[in-house]
Design a protein. Structure first.
Length: 79
């Protein structure tokens, strides 16, 4: 069951949200819910990647000097 809470927005952000609601034919609530869902999912993904990277570093799992040099040359040759 969904739960509610209050969000305080400045006048400009609220006006922009209202314009977007009209343009997309969605409610304020739908737009804010979607934005929060997307924000939480993105940050959960990012934290997972960071935690995996830290765990790899803790294991000493690093790229070899040859791998780093290959990638450096690949991008250094681009205009």
């Amino acid at each position: 069951m969904p739960s509610g809470f209050t969000v305080r927005l400045d006048d400009d952000t609220l006006a922009a949200l209202d314009r977007l609601a009209v343009q997309t034919e969605r409610s304020r609530s739908w737009l804010v819910t979607k934005a929060v869902e997307d924000f939480v999912a993105l940050n959960a993904w990012q934290m997972g990647k960071i935690e995996a990277g830290v765990a790899a570093a803790d294991r000493g799992d690093f790229a070899s000097d040859a791998e780093v040099e290959r990638v450096r040359r690949k991008f250094a040759s681009r205009p």
